[in-house]
Design a binder for this molecule. Structure first.
Ligand SMILES: NC(=O)c1ccc[n+]([C@@H]2O[C@H](COP(=O)([O-])OP(=O)(O)OC[C@H]3O[C@@H](n4cnc5c(N)ncnc54)[C@H](OP(=O)(O)O)[C@@H]3O)[C@@H](O)[C@H]2O)c1
Length: 241
């Protein structure tokens, strides 16, 4: 049975880059599971570029969806990597406008999903005392951008959970790391109007948005570096400074 690297949100911009990077850097040693929610065409397009990969559809904001993903992976082999990348940033609501339905939507997708996926995949990884989990956070965990209260809360909590799980799982031979991108060119940021983009770039020391590959390279570093545990690695052109 194969060692599997699961990339949630593999149909999205950053997830697709991570899936391809893991395949390339592992010389195909890791079988890549490309998870998607609604965009089957995108997931299939990514899979077509990765020999031996497979796709799994699941709404990870639900317990049924998370179980479907775990079951599909266990049917193919042993999970070795879990990249908790699936996420949403909308709706954008100013602090005084946040509502409870938005809270449920963002927290269920960005926090509940990676938390319980970590718990359940780590139980499987612990049987072999080998595995690594990478959680995709955001520079906005540490930065106030108008309209990002719920998103910020979800990512800040995900970073806290990264450290907690790293502390508790390290003795079982597992590592947990967070990667915190800045603004990256994907569907998530494609709709930002030009004047706002210019304002954001002024906040980035390197003066530009980043590429999905820049994030994927950092994720691979986290997978490979055996002494990295509980860290939050910024890949944001200096936006957090
Ligand atoms: N782009 C940025 O500037 C940026 C910056 C910092 C952090 N991030 C983080 O990086 C990650 C990837 O973002 P991206 O830019 O690649 O976004 P993206 O292109 O919009 O992709 C988002 C992915 O999440 C999946 N997804 C959304 N809701 C889901 C749900 N309920 N259950 C399962 N999967 C779900 C989508 O699946 P389908 O498309 O198949 O529905 C898609 O694969 C996110 O966690 C995001 O918060 C992004």
């Amino acid at each position: 049975m194969a060692d599997i690297a699961v990339v949630t949100g593999g149909s999205g911009g950053i997830g697709a880059a991570i899936a391809k990077m893991i395949h390339a850097k592992s010389d195909g040693q890791l079988t890549v599971c490309i998870h998607y929610n609604g965009n089957e065409a995108a997931a299939k397009a990514v899979a077509a570029e990765i020999p031996g990969s497979f796709i799994v559809k699941a709404d990870l904001s639900t317990g049924e969806g998370r179980k479907a993903l775990l079951d599909a992976v266990l049917a193919k082999g042993t999970p070795f990597c879990l990249i908790n990348n699936a996420g949403i940033d909308k709706p954008h609501e100013p602090a005084l406008m946040v509502d409870e339905a938005s809270f449920d939507k963002i927290i269920n997708t960005n926090l509940r999903a990676p938390l319980f996926l970590m718990r359940d995949f780590a139980k499987e990884m612990a049987r072999n005392e080998a595995g690594v989990i990478v959680n995709i956070s955001s520079v906005l965990a540490r930065k106030a951008v108008i309209g990002s209260a719920l998103y910020r809360a979800s990512k800040a909590a995900l970073e806290a959970l990264t450290m907690q799980f790293a502390a508790e799982l390290g003795p079982k031979g597992l590592r947990v790391v967070a990667v915190a991108p800045g603004f990256i060119e994907t569907a998530m940021t494609a709709g930002i109007p030009e004047d706002q983009r210019a304002g954001i770039k002024k906040d980035v020391a390197l003066g530009a948005f980043g590429s999905p590959d820049a994030v994927a390279e950092t994720v691979w570093h986290a997978v490979e570096n055996q002494y990295l545990n509980g860290a939050v690695i910024a890949v944001d052109g200096g936006m957090h400074l």
